[in-house]
Design a protein around this ligand. Structure first.
Ligand code: CTP
Ligand code: MG
Length: 235
């Protein structure tokens, strides 16, 4: 059986959270937010987890997260970079010997074993896939003066989440090309964009769950705690 790795990203500064402590370490349901994310991967069918943390946070994460909670699937804790794509590249380089890799935002603690396994199955079937959900609100594109310029057809719009899952060789090659071409780096917000623009491969959209939110601003902590309590209550 071919092995699958996960790269969990936790090297961001959480500026939109406006907190003195980085959001991935803030307390959520009695544990650091990042604990919940890693626990889902620990319970899933992935074989190996690489944790990417901020500069100077590696030893803190090793003792306070990996050792403290006994995460056995974490094979490496490595330092990320300035932008998310730098952190992803660092994580991909630290992956050992895997045919598939799932890239996940550490700031999505409500991810479940089921979503992770769906994402992994999607990578095996399609080579490249992202978890997302159909958009519920109408989306408008604004002009430079803040007036509505156009309204894309909502039926074809998806809001994209993570995990984003790929054949390892495909996504690694895409990231290598991205790192070599600075002009493509502007505005890169997810991994599918990198594969879309740097390779010929098509990325399949797979339905996940509306509860798999990214904790970004303070109210998201309250929402995440409701969803997490539901996840733990079900066990
Ligand atoms: N991330 C990372 N390295 C970076 C930037 C982001 O590993 N240089 C990670 C974050 O830790 C997070 C995920 O990528 O788990 C999604 O990013 P985002 O929600 O934007 O988190 P932050 O960049 O930390 O927050 P903000 O943009 O508000 O500063
Ligand atoms: Mg960010």
């Amino acid at each position: 059986m071919e092995r699958t790795a996960a790269v969990v990203l936790a090297a961001g500064k959480g500026s939109r959270m406006e907190s003195t402590i980085h959001k991935q370490y803030m307390e959520l349901c009695g544990r650091p937010l990042l604990y919940h994310t890693l626990r889902a991967f620990e319970e899933s069918s992935v074989d190996e987890v690489v944790l990417v943390t901020g500069p100077g946070e590696v030893s803190f994460c090793r003792t306070e997260i990996v050792d403290r909670y006994g995460f056995r699937k974490i094979t490496d804790v490595t330092e990320g970079g300035k932008e998310r794509y730098h952190s992803v590249y660092a994580g991909l380089k630290a992956v050992k010997n895997c045919a598939y890799v799932l890239i996940h935002d550490g700031a999505r603690p409500c991810v479940t074993k089921e979503i992770i396994d769906t994402s992994k199955a999607g990578a095996m079937k399609y080579g490249a896939c992202v978890i997302g959900m159909p958009v519920k609100d109408t989306i408008k594109i604004s002009d430079e003066n803040g007036y509505a310029a156009s309204t894309p057809d909502r039926a074809s719009l998806w809001q994209i989440q993570t995990p984003q899952a790929f054949r390892y060789d495909l996504v690694f090659k895409a990231y290598q090309r991205l790192m070599e071409s600075e002009c493509f780096q502007k505005g890169v917000t997810d991994d599918a964009m990198v594969v879309e623009s740097m390779t010929e491969e098509k990325v399949k959209l797979i339905k996940g769950d509306y509860t798999n939110i990214k904790v970004t601003t303070p109210e998201d902590l309250e929402i995440a705690s409701v969803f997490l309590n539901r996840i733990y209550g079900k066990k």
